[in-house]
Design a protein around this ligand. Structure first.
Ligand code: ATP
Ligand code: MG
Length: 639
């Protein structure tokens, strides 16, 4: 720690104005950001007037830790105690959540809101499409969401969607778009894209918000700038415009989010927007050995290694399965970042739905999920009536529950159910918020984990699980998942500066978004990492395996069949993979792979030839031709 090379020192020592650090993988760009934040604080900038934006939650946590280490900030603070000022470090999404929290009123949203993940969004989309009588075979909820997401990232609003539509499917989507947004608003929910879209809208269109938000910071720093999309670009511009203390770092060779609307020109045009910008280039790679950089020879590792030193990188979700099986068989600990399975378990979703609903009772999906779990007299008939009334009065189910006249028309059992739901919500809301009754000692505020334990007991949720799953092993496993939720809330409380329930819920849903369950090396898990190239960005490992180096996998079939024209983006993905390795890198491919139930020969990836300097090898040409044929064929047999 402490050392920087001259180019890095120059960047770190630049205390103001626009600054662009453009450099290759492993050259210390992220290190420059961390050191620079610490240096700004040493030179008198108040810590909480610095905003650093990273691309993943994992990267944000790592940076928070490194900076806290450098500044010797205390790791934890008691609930209810004032936290020392810290730099704001987070992802674009998490920062937008903070902005929205402060300004939802300006959008006509209630001040408590939920974030809907993809499966929540799909169920809203399904209802909307049903309402406008679109069959799933015409436009599936998932295709609908893809179209809407593309529009949102391109800045298309519901009212302009119809003129942006170019196909039949898009015209249908356009007619559902407005309804979809209305449904989300009624339920006080945002989907992932909305977080960026509405934050941008507030910053760009509402001078009061822009002044206040931009005024919170004196410095803005952005890591992985090559992957910002238009929306993110405008958010950063709005925040930095006034003070112009904007430092961005990135590597155009690692731009891998073109499919999500990222535009590499933002980094390449930085000097047009900020003409007085200083540009620093870093040349030395500190991460990888020369052999990896030149890809010329294999290395021997003679120091002892542990599971946490290994990463297996893959392109598609089917790839890790055989590796998982093998690792399990050999009892090698591993973790997958690339599957959300934990958060898809019924009991986990139930429990999180309880927390979501307690925090934001208009969250209809959460409420409907818990409304009669465990049973409390809310039968299907009553729920149906509530829903119809909500639609008829354009309000939320929760508000309808507060309509005394309407409630009186429901069966007595349901009236009892409503009363107990209201009581439960307000009691636990107060407890999670850490409210004390007058005679309580402030040091006695129960932790959120303790409140959650009480909630599980109150709901008799363990008994419910035992009732649902007669098999003792199954029940034990499901009770085990409740415990994992508890552990994750406890872990969250340990690490957050000022823990709150809605912040915890946002962090869970946002970490699910990037396929991570938030458990990683720094939390003490010593396990082999299995992850996608996308989630590996910015990370490093002593030993890296890139599996499935074959045409159709990397580069992905879709990129070579012409469905999306992006072999270049696949090449950058390969580059990201190679540059994760510190000591040893292995590239492999199977000799054959099952396709449509039959083993088929594989063709070595064109990138293997390129990496080893044989870009014009005759086998490479053959493998590209064969792959293109396969890709076309499978494109035709699709559906
Ligand atoms: P990527 O493009 O993959 O995000 P990066 O440019 O952000 O890479 P870092 O992660 O900051 O690179 O640095 C790569 C590794 O090199 C880290 O382990 C870092 O601590 C180390 N490193 C960087 N600069 C130096 C230095 N001057 N002295 C010693 N180690 C360094
Ligand atoms: Mg980095």
């Amino acid at each position: 720690m402490g050392q920087l090379n001259p180019a890095q020192s120059e960047a770190v020592g630049t205390l103001g104005g626009p600054l662009l650090v453009l450099a290759g993988a492993g050259t210390g760009k992220t290190r420059v950001i961390t050191f620079r934040v610490a240096n700004l604080i040493k030179h008198g900038t108040a810590a909480d007037r610095i905003l650093a934006v990273t691309f993943t939650n994992k990267a944000a946590m790592e940076m928070q830790e490194r900076i806290s280490g450098q500044l010797k900030l205390p790791k934890r603070v008691r609930r209810g105690q004032p936290a020392p000022a810290r730099p704001q470090i987070g992802t674009f999404h998490s920062h937008c959540v903070q902005i929205l929290k402060r300004w939802t009123g300006e959008l006509g949203y209630p001040d408590r809101f939920t974030i809907y993940d993809r499966s929540d969004a799909e169920s809203v989309a399904r209802t909307v499409l049903r309402e406008i009588r679109v069959a799933e075979s015409t436009l599936s909820p998932s295709d609908f969401l893809n179209i809407v997401s593309r529009w949102k990232n391109a800045g298309v609003r519901p009212e302009n969607a119809d003129s942006a539509a170019t196909s039949d499917q898009e015209h249908i989507a356009a007619s559902g778009f407005r309804r979809y947004q209305r449904a989300l608003k009624l339920q006080a929910a945002f989907d992932f894209d909305d977080l960026l879209v509405f934050a941008e809208q507030l910053l760009v269109e509402n001078p009061k918000v822009r002044l206040a938000e931009a005024g919170r910071y004196d410095h803005v720093l952005v890591d992985e700038y090559q992957d910002t999309n238009g929306c993110q670009y405008r958010i950063i511009k709005a925040l930095a415009q006034g003070h112009r203390n904007l430092c961005v770092v990135g590597d155009d060779d690692q731009s891998i989010y073109g499919w999500r609307g990222a535009e590499v020109r933002h980094i390449l045009n930085f000097r047009q927007d900020w003409p007085e910008a200083k540009v620093v280039r870093l040349e030395d790679n500190y991460r990888s050995t020369d052999a990896i950089l030149t890809m010329s020879k294999r290395l021997r590792v003679d120091k002892t290694v542990s599971p946490g030193d290994f990463a297996i990188l893959f392109r598609t979700n089917e790839q890790p399965r055989p590796f998982e099986m093998e690792l399990r068989k050999r009892k090698v600990p591993y973790m997958i970042t690339g599957s959300q399975s934990f958060f898809d378990r019924k009991e986990v979703r139930d429990l999180l739905a309880y927390l979501r609903w307690i925090d934001s009772p208009d969250d209809e999906l959460a409420l409907l999920r818990v409304i009669n779990v465990p049973p409390r007299g809310m039968g299907a008939g009553s729920v149906d009536k509530l829903l119809k009334q909500a639609v008829a009065t354009s309000s939320s189910v929760w508000k309808v529950m507060h309509d005394e006249v309407f409630s009186a028309t429901l069966p007595t059992a349901a009236q009892g159910g409503i009363a107990s739901l209201k009581e439960l919500q307000s009691r636990y809301k107060a407890q999670f918020d850490g409210h004390l009754s007058a005679h309580q000692d402030p040091s006695q505020v129960p932790s959120m984990a303790e409140v959650l334990i009480k909630l599980i007991d109150d709901l008799k949720y363990r008994e419910e699980i035992q009732r649902l799953y007669a098999e003792p092993e199954e029940a034990a496993m499901r009770i085990g998942s409740l415990e994992s939720v508890l552990n994750s809330i406890a872990q969250y409380e340990e690490s957050a500066a000022e823990p709150t329930l809605d912040d915890f819920l946002a962090s869970i849903v946002l970490s699910g978004r990037e396929y991570g369950s938030g458990k990683d090396k720094q939390q003490g898990l010593n396990a082999v990492s299995l992850m996608t190239y996308h989630s590996a960005k910015g990370l490093e490992f002593p030993i890296v395996y890139m599996i499935g180096m074959e045409e159709g996998v990397l580069p992905h079939r879709r990129s070579i069949s012409g469905e999306i024209d992006s072999v270049d983006e696949e090449r950058r993905l390969c580059y990201v993979g190679v540059t994760r390795a510190q000591d040893e890198l292995a590239l492999s491919l199977p000799q054959s792979r099952f396709k449509w139930g039959k083993p088929r020969p594989t063709y070595p990836s064109r990138f293997l030839y390129e990496l080893t300097g044989q870009g014009d090898h005759p086998n490479r040409i053959k493998s590209i031709q064969a792959a293109a044929q396969e890709a076309k064929k499978s494109g035709r047999t699709k559906r």
